[in-house]
Design a protein around this ligand. Sequence first.
Ligand SMILES: [Zn+2]
Length: 73
Amino acid sequence: MKPIEELDDEEIIKELKKWYSENALVCPICNKMILVKEAVERDKEFLGKICSSCFEIEQEEEPIAMQSRPLQT
Ligand SMILES: [Zn+2]
């Protein structure tokens, strides 16, 4: 690969696209661009990898949705 200063715009875009396809993905829940290494692999359903913040929200919401226990005051 040539040094970045020697690339023209088209080549830079090409390299960036390559980099993104290898290192980044879009979270299917919030549509945010995330790094593959920061993505969290879900062990269920078909969405696959999601961002860590969506994963955290899911983890928090799930027990509530599943148990639906009455609120205590
Ligand atoms: Zn997300």
